[in-house]
Design a protein around this ligand. Structure first.
Ligand code: HEM
Length: 191
């Protein structure tokens, strides 16, 4: 979803590529040590998780006792689902929530209860750090290695399908071309 959304207006892809060229250069691919110096990439990942949480209803939980939350009585042994998708698109919490704007996270300490793609509290995802690093490396390498273009003039349909992880309703059709600059740099460095 990151690649689809941020390449819709090509300027965003160009901006990401420029940050890579400045920070990593063109003679090698991004590695784990670069990630902390690539805040724009991190913001793209956060923005993707905000708009397209992989587990939109998180994981079901069961109440261990009777509770009152937000004026609602929750009985013991009730199955509870948290709709992260709706929280992430709530206009009371986010400015212009449905537009893909990685910049919204710039220099921002996000309130943990606003952005919950990994859940929150003691049963939140213990793999969130690893997941974000792996996504950073994969997405970063794809940005560095290829030029991404949509096929035709039509905007890509971003509608979601049903499932976990949440799929795209219509399969993505996109063209990618090798980035000659990095190809030359990386292969050149190996020979
Ligand atoms: C983008 C990738 C991932 C997403 C979006 C994700 C999301 C989630 C979510 C929403 C939960 C449920 C939190 C809750 O109960 O409220 C969860 C739980 C969990 N995740 Fe992940 N996860 C990801 C990657 C990983 C990875 C890489 C690992 C392990 C290396 C992992 C291990 C776990 C485990 C063990 C739990 C259960 C925690 C518990 O019940 O105490 N996840 N994850």
């Amino acid at each position: 979803m990151s690649l689809v959304s941020f390449a819709q207006p090509p300027e965003m892809l160009e901006k990401a590529r420029a940050k890579f060229d400045a920070q990593v250069g063109t003679d090698r691919l991004v590695d784990e040590h670069d990630l902390s110096n690539l805040p724009y990439l991190h913001n793209i990942i956060l923005e993707t998780l905000q708009l397209y949480p992989a587990a939109p209803m998180l994981v079901p939980h069961e109440s261990s006792d009777d509770y009152k939350i937000g004026g609602y009585n929750i009985l013991r042994d009730t199955i509870l689902l948290v709709n992260a998708w709706t929280v992430h698109r709530d206009p009371n919490l986010w400015d212009n929530p449905t537009s893909f704007k990685p910049e919204r996270f710039k220099g921002l300490q996000v309130q943990p209860s606003k952005l919950i793609p990994f859940g929150m509290g003691r049963r939140s995802c213990p793999g969130s750090g690893l997941a974000q690093r792996v996504v950073g490396l994969v997405l970063g390498s794809l940005i560095q290695s290829f030029d991404w273009k949509r096929i035709g003039e039509e905007e890509i349909d971003l509608a979601e399908g049903i499932g976990v992880p949440m799929p795209k309703a219509k399969p993505l059709e996109k063209a990618c071309f090798r980035n000659k600059k990095i190809e030359k740099g990386v292969l050149g460095a190996r020979t």
